[in-house]
Design a protein around this ligand. Structure first.
Ligand code: PMP
Length: 308
């Protein structure tokens, strides 16, 4: 969670406008039907220069999501990339959470979104650690949600579409109300899917497991980075269907995501995972990940786009 502190500018439909002027009308289709596609991207403080993490992959996913949702952005991927860079620069933020949002504005009422115009904004805000700074070291307490993930014939889970996030919101609220930090969804076949806003990994006997795309997960950018990083470090990584009980039997479980980065999980449904604190594999991956994103280690996977 991050509180929104206004910045100077928001990029809106091709130009930077002052924060207070970036508004939409209450008749906008998106308000009524959740008709939007979005991204969440981090810019890290890389030795004093903001550096955007996996910008190409995020912009590609934005366009992929729009394609599924029959939405024409009206800008090229290169233009959106430049707009992200320009917005971070204009707001002079040392680190940022970048939120590109493509939505249906005001035009018509009714389920068909196509008569309403497509609008694009890019907002940048400051963001610290998503599950809290302690969670990065101590681990989060999570539950398996009573809300499941729908199948791919209901919602295209690997597209990041606004309306689909009602499911994540239900999961997150239920978890917080019941005293947990986060929830894990089960897919329609009974396998582990993901968190409300994170992908999930587990470690058992030194090997790493993560649910496949077919378990109704978002195709996480951090997930792919962690798979690449883990393999590079010599770990075997399986993309495999994970039965619920495997969660409790794991030596380590952790979340990945733009906001969550790599966050260990110390308990699930009040069952202690491993030693009940961050495990050695999680710690090793975090060390490399934070080393690269802070600029202390070389960017050997080409993750970063410096904003100069
Ligand atoms: N799953 C869901 C449902 C998410 O919202 C997110 C955050 N975008 C993720 C997984 C993690 O994806 P990424 O690493 O690309 O941020």
């Amino acid at each position: 969670m991050a509180k929104i502190e206004p910045t100077k500018f928001i990029w809106m439909d091709g130009t930077l406008v002052p924060w207070d002027e970036a508004t939409v009308h209450v008749s906008a289709h998106v308000l009524h039907y959740g008709s939007s596609v979005f991204e969440g991207i981090r810019a890290y403080d890389c030795q004093g220069t903001p550096a955007i993490f996996c910008l190409d992959a995020h912009v590609r996913r934005l366009f992929d999501s729009c394609k599924v949702y029959r939405m024409d952005i009206g800008f090229t991927p290169e233009e959106i990339k430049q707009a992200c860079i320009e917005t971070v620069k204009a707001n002079e933020l040392p680190t940022a959470y970048i939120r590109p949002l493509v939505f249906r504005g005001s035009g018509s009422i009714g389920v068909d979104p196509r008569p309403s115009p497509v609008q694009v904004i890019i907002m940048t805000i400051y963001m610290g650690k998503y599950l809290g700074p302690e969670a990065i070291e101590q681990g989060a307490d999570v539950c398996v949600s009573s809300w499941g993930r729908l199948g791919h014939n209901v919602f295209p889970a690997s597209a990041k579409i606004g309306g689909q996030y009602i499911n994540s919101q239900l999961m997150k609220m239920e978890a917080l109300v019941n005293g947990y930090d986060e929830a894990i969804a089960i897919d329609e076949n009974g396998f582990v899917s993901e968190g409300s806003g994170e992908n999930l990994f587990l470690v058992r006997d030194g090997e790493i497991y993560t649910p496949p795309l077919a378990s109704s997960i978002l195709r996480g950018i951090t997930r792919q980075c962690v798979i690449d990083l883990a393999r590079d470090l010599g770990y075997t990584v399986h993309e495999a269907f994970i039965p619920r009980e495997m969660l409790y039997m794991a030596d380590e479980v952790f979340f990945t995501g733009t906001a969550a980065e790599i966050s260990p999980i110390r308990s699930i449904d009040r069952i202690t995972i491993g030693e009940g604190r961050r495990g050695p594999v999680t710690e090793k991956l975090q060390k490399e990940f934070f080393g690269i994103t802070s600029g202390e280690l070389p960017d050997r996977f080409n993750w970063l786009t410096p904003v100069r």
